[in-house]
Design a protein around this ligand. Structure first.
Ligand SMILES: Cc1cc2nc3c(=O)[nH]c(=O)nc-3n(C[C@H](O)[C@H](O)[C@H](O)COP(=O)(O)OP(=O)(O)OC[C@H]3O[C@@H](n4cnc5c(N)ncnc54)[C@H](O)[C@@H]3O)c2cc1C
Length: 459
């Protein structure tokens, strides 16, 4: 029998494991370095009873299979939330998306944004980098006031090193008539896009959903098993406790650069390509406050330099079980960092609290009401779509597939555009469908078709 080994029990690994048990397949195992499952979609309850996600997680779905799975795993145990998101800039809150609500800006800036947009549409310019695409699409005003500073803060990377090819529905683009109508008719425009309503687990934060995989995968789940080396020729994974396991096919959700760097058998050009992949890191700081929540908002964006974070989520508005009771609420902040944007980690919690006061989310007097602060340092947070990314992946992935290694998921595939929870879970499911049934993967597109015979179809 073909032995399938899965590395990492985040959404990708759990999706793969779930599908294997669903198909009744027998020869597989799932290995996870931590003593918990869920990966970046896990949640953590602190001593004071606040539940923290690893940054604000909004559940999208692009798949009927994923919808049915979520329904099966969560049953009625979810809340449904109407998205309410805002931008804090120029000392005021502006409804998201920015371009549809520029009427909130000072009058000269409204004019600059409108003129820039007209100019951009009148004289379309070709673009290659993300920075060029922003200016060509939104015009100089919207670019200068919001899109460039906000994205530089999120990605922690120079935007002229990033490509534009990952952008589909991930950045809300512009409808110039709508922009003008909203300005001239003085109209608010707050409803946009695929995530205007979203579900959230009632219990356990985002991790509550992924913990519900446990009964299906537990018999073959091995916790606290950190892979430290994969031998692609011998098809053996070695763990940091000195033990090894053999595989015929490997599904890995480890960061692909680590998988390659730690491997035995990857030639220099593959290692060199892996070294060209860029990622950002994050500090996720949760601040629990002993007071009733003063806002119905979901999350806020912060493009300016008056605070370290780029986004804050009122996480306790998502479920009554995020905070200990209704006399407490939780603010979850996200601050990115990278070699291009270093952030001193030692004082990050203090700087976040100061930023919450500066931006008016907390009053000065609230400092004394802070019941809990919780820091999560996330070394791999966003896989950055740089100009070099696709060339690097086009070298690495065919090599891995030739060795029957499916590197999938947020950092396994390193494709931000398919890096959400639903995409990742489905990449795991589809990898199994490819291995066992010979189905073509549709979320992750192979650079080169796999030549292996499907396991179940061959039998
Ligand atoms: C700040 C932030 C905000 C996000 N917001 C959203 C959102 O709003 N909506 C959404 O859908 N998604 C969101 N995501 C993305 C979501 O978290 C990912 O889609 C998902 O977690 C990726 O799943 P994965 O299994 O591919 O990777 P991970 O979640 O990274 O899981 C990989 C697993 O592999 C394990 N592992 C790593 N190295 C080893 C090793 N050497 N040996 C064994 N195990 C190992 C890890 O411990 C982890 O459990 C967000 C992510 C971040 C960071």
């Amino acid at each position: 029998m073909t032995r399938i080994v899965i590395l990492g029990a985040g959404p990708t690994g759990l999706g793969a494991a779930y599908r294997l048990q669903e198909l009744g397949y027998q020869d597989w195992d799932l290995y996870e370095q931590h003593d918990y499952i869920g990966g970046l979609a896990a949640s953590f309850r602190d001593d004071r009873g606040f539940t923290h996600d690893v940054g604000g997680h909004v559940m999208f779905s692009h798949y009927p299979y994923y919808d049915a799975l979520v329904e099966k795993l969560m049953g009625d145990n979810y809340t449904e939330i109407m998205r309410e998101s805002w931008i804090w800039m120029r000392d005021r809150f502006i409804p998201y998306p920015f371009q549809n609500n520029i009427k909130y800006l000072p009058r000269e800036e409204v004019l600059e944004c409108v003129l820039g947009l007209i100019e951009a549409q009148r004289h379309p310019r070709p673009s290659e980098t993300f920075a060029e695409w922003i200016e060509a699409t939104f015009g100089q005003g919207i670019a200068r006031h919001f899109m460039l500073p906000y994205n530089a803060k999120v990605w922690a990377h120079p935007l002229d090193r990033m490509s534009k090819h990952w952008i589909a529905e991930r950045v809300s683009v512009v409808d110039s008539e709508r922009v003008l109508r909203n300005v001239i008719l003085d109209r608010d425009d707050v409803s946009w896009g695929p995530n205007s309503r979203f579900k959230y687990p009632l219990h356990g934060g985002t991790g509550g959903l992924f913990n519900a995989f446990l009964p299906y995968v537990e018999p073959r789940l091995h916790l606290q098993k950190a892979a430290r080396q994969v031998d692609f020729d011998a098809r053996v994974v070695e763990f940091d406790d000195g033990t090894c396991t053999r595989y015929d096919v490997l599904i890995s959700s480890l960061p692909i650069d680590q998988l390659v760097t730690w491997s035995k058998g990857a030639p220099p050009e593959i290692r060199e390509a892996a070294a060209r992949l860029d990622h950002s890191s994050s500090y996720i700081v949760g601040v629990g406050v002993a007071a009733p929540c003063p806002s119905t908002r979901c999350w806020l964006y912060f493009p300016e330099q008056d605070c370290p974070f780029y986004r804050v989520t009122y996480l306790s508005n998502y479920s009554p079980f995020i905070a200990p009771d209704e006399h407490h609420y939780l603010l979850l902040t996200e601050t990115s960092y990278s070699p291009w944007k270093p952030e001193p980690g030692q004082e990050i919690v203090e700087r976040v609290v100061d930023g919450l006061v500066t931006t008016g989310l907390l009053e000065e007097a609230d400092r004394a009401r802070i019941a809990s602060t919780h820091l999560i340092d996330v070394p791999y947070s966003y896989p950055v779509p740089t100009l070099e990314r696709d060339d690097a992946l086009a070298i690495i992935q065919p090599f891995l597939l030739r060795h029957d290694v499916y590197s999938r998921g947020r950092f396994g595939a390193w494709l931000y555009e398919i890096g959400n929870m639903d995409h990742s879970t489905m990449q795991g499911v589809e990898a199994v469908n490819s291995i066992l049934l010979g189905d073509k993967e549709t979320t992750w597109k192979p650079s080169e078709p796999s030549s292996r015979t499907p396991v179940l179809r061959a039998a």
